[in-house]
Design a protein around this ligand. Sequence first.
Ligand code: PLP
Length: 355
Amino acid sequence: MKLFDVYPINPINIVKGVGSLVYDDKGTEYLDLYGGHAVISIGHTNPHYVKRLEDQLHQIGFYSNSIEIPLQKELAEKLGHVSGKEDYQLFLCNSGAEANENALKLASFYNGKKKVIAFKGAFHGRTSLAVAVTDNPKIIAPVNETDNAVFLPWKDEAALEQAFAENEISSVIIEGIQGVGGIQVAPESFLQKIRSLCDANNAVFIADSVQCGYGRTGKFFSHDYAGINADIYTMAKGMGNGFPVGGIIISPKIQPAYGMLGTTFGGNHLACAAGLAVLEVMERDNLMQNAAEVGGYLIEEIKKFKQVTEVRGRGLMIGIELPEAKPNVVRLLPALNLTKAHADRFLEAFTTVLN
Ligand code: PLP
């Protein structure tokens, strides 16, 4: 049997990883500032993470949501504490698309409305509604097309007001920093405007934090920079440091009901152990602070290159605009415990490549 050939891959076979370093089958060492697309949050094979998963595997790896899983409550408690959203409620799933799908569905259950505002450049995943609110017609199959998605220009407050005036809006979904869209930071005033329009119109504010969340920008959610609370935050990527875990946290104003949402795999024992290990390491090693410091340092240093026309982002979510390169935005999405020495190693290599 052959693989279904959908990925344009790099010809590298990574066989080992330690922290921010990975090694291929020929023994070549690479400094990993990509983290498997923002997934590796606490570094490859982090010892605490490996031990917690190994210990859990020896106990029990999986059981479904038909029984008590105390690890889920432990994870919710820890997540509330580390994110500062203590009064929110956690629903666990397995991926970013699934998190967004559940958030959009929950918003519609909540207010009984159908239209979703999304933005130019947005990426929210590949499942039915998540892809319908993603700004890429090439990945929207005819069966996913819907009149319920309302696309607006990025950062355009007047268009936002007009869309609310003309439609019954169920929810607004927005990345705090667009990732796939090229590291575009949502202005704080724009996020505040969305908050006030959602409040005035009984619409749900969904903060897609799948890529820009989980401490990457120096705050737990990049939307926090605007000083607002979203109604639902969606998460995945860094949440499990490579173990597939996704989730949404939900404001107390949205009440659950049995059967409203559900999943077979979401919240299983191993996934919770991975999620807990990540938060424990983040807290123990002050990784949000490290992301802010090392990221801030990198941003300032990269700005000094004359070939670079713009540097965008926050913390360790960085986009480097290089008109000469293809694609012209180089994205850095390393582990949150990237050291300054590794940042310097990158800057040295970047100097060599640009010269
Ligand atoms: N939302 C954002 C902002 C993303 O960047 C991605 C993936 O890149 C997704 C959602 C989808 O996540 P997943 O690939 O885990 O379904």
